[in-house]
Design a protein around this ligand. Structure first.
Ligand code: DI6
Ligand code: FE
Length: 412
């Protein structure tokens, strides 16, 4: 399908998108509206409905989608994209048989990125990270969550959060998460409790005071932090009025899903080893499951997250890139949608809902973004495709035809 490039009158405050196949995700589930019209007013969706009900009145600019698929802007609700350097050499070690955990215990892994990130100036970190953000945005992503977690001291965690915040622009929204409890930094080796104490006494208060974090995350794992240590981080976050989320049950079942649910977490992420009881607890708490097929693929894991149980318990499943230098050096939303289907068995519609509706909820932004409904932000993508299955199968072949962010056509 080929469509002309839209001429865009920047003076107009309203858009009339006509002849769309709109995957609205309205009413909390995947749904499609054929022959749809969408009218924006400023940065909001003022109306969406069948073309026959579209009133021609009002001055707005027409964008003819010519039957193309229109979706909400994609939401990548779990990334670690602010970091310096890369870990290609480590990937080679893994290809020769070393495991992720072995490399981490030998001082590589997260800690090697910490060294590079601490050494980088904010400007250099920003330059390196922006490339990744722009690549995600080019794939139709309009909201990205970015975690810190490669600074691991107060000064460098705040540096990473400031860089992340500064990457938000008039074409992509950035939401930030403090992940001070990502790994024990080398200077605290063998003293994880003392490090957690520092995260609670200094890092969380400093990030909260500067308004640099929208939420707090932790890595609850044998090579990360114990459930007890995670609990301390969560209690501190709650005391500072910050919502929590958790890297839970990625490599082993430490009861992370239950712990996240107990604190009313926005999301529990990874979940490959989560138990049925953990899934049930998430359902009761309204905690979103964030599936990260990129890390599963890169680590060549064999145990899949409990997708069947998540469906049975009606836990919303979000899908995200986990973009990070070690386990998911991937900035392609289309590849992630594909992997969610091929590796985890999601349907293309579930995968799309996972990168829109449910991802928005995983960020606590379900009232603002993630579906095409009157009153929501006019963040949407007109695709060179006509159905979600194309987005999830034609890897690297499908690009957005146009992206509208806050009611404005994103200029290339
Ligand atoms: N789980 C992950 O997949 C990333 N962090 C985490 O806690 C990996 C981060 C890295 O290897 O740099
Ligand atoms: Fe992660």
């Amino acid at each position: 399908m080929s469509r002309g490039v839209f001429a865009y009158d920047t003076a107009m405050n309203a858009l009339h998108i006509v002849n769309a196949r709109a995957a609205t995700l309205a009413g909390g589930r995947y749904s499609i509206l054929e022959n749809a019209g969408i009218v924006t007013d400023g940065e909001r969706i003022a109306w969406i409905g069948p073309m026959r009900d579209l009133r021609p009145e009002g001055c707005g600019q027409d964008l003819d989608a010519q039957g193309a698929l229109v979706t909400p802007g994609l939401v990548d609700c779990h990334t670690h994209l602010v970091y310096a350097g890369n870990r290609a050499a480590e990937h080679e070690q893994r290809l020769r048989g070393a495991s992720y955990e072995e490399i981490a215990r030998a001082g590589g892994g997260i800690v090697s990125t910490v060294r590079a990130t601490r050494a980088a100036t904010a400007e250099s970190l920003r330059r390196q990270s922006r490339v990744r953000l722009e690549a995600l945005a080019a794939g139709g992503v309009t909201t990205v969550e970015i975690k810190s977690g490669y600074g691991l001291d107060v000064e460098n965690e705040l540096k990473c959060l400031r860089v992340a915040r500064s990457l938000g622009s008039d074409s992509v929204r950035v939401v930030t998460t403090l992940l001070g409890a990502h790994a024990v930094p080398p200077e605290f080796a063998g003293r994880a409790d003392e490090y957690v104490e520092k995260v609670c006494a200094q890092m969380i208060p400093a990030a909260a005071k500067e308004g640099l974090a929208d939420a707090v995350d932790a890595f609850c794992e044998g090579i990360g932090f114990s459930p007890d240590q995670t609990r301390r981080v969560f209690e501190c976050a709650a005391a500072h009025g910050l919502r929590v989320k958790l890297h839970a049950d990625q490599l082993s079942d430490l009861g992370g899903a239950q712990l996240a649910a107990e604190f009313g977490a926005l999301s529990a992420d990874h979940l490959e080893h989560a138990s049925e009881a953990g899934v049930a607890a998430m359902a009761r708490a309204g905690t979103v499951a964030v599936l990260l097929p990129g890390a599963f693929y890169f680590l060549r894991e064999t145990r899949r997250p409990p997708v069947e149980a998540l469906r049975r318990h009606a836990v919303p499943m979000a899908v995200a890139s986990d973009c990070n230098p070690g386990t998911s050096p991937i900035v392609s939303a289309g590849t992630i949608l594909n992997m969610a289907c091929t590796l985890f068995g999601l349907t293309p519609e579930e995968a799309l809902a996972g990168m829109t509706l449910h991802a928005a909820r995983a960020l606590g932004l379900e009232g603002e973004i993630g579906s095409l409904e009157t009153g929501k932000r006019a963040d949407l993508v007109i695709w060179d495709a006509s159905q979600p299955a194309e987005l999830a199968t034609q890897v690297g072949m499908i690009a957005p035809h146009a992206v509208i962010f806050g009611g404005r056509l994103r200029q290339a």
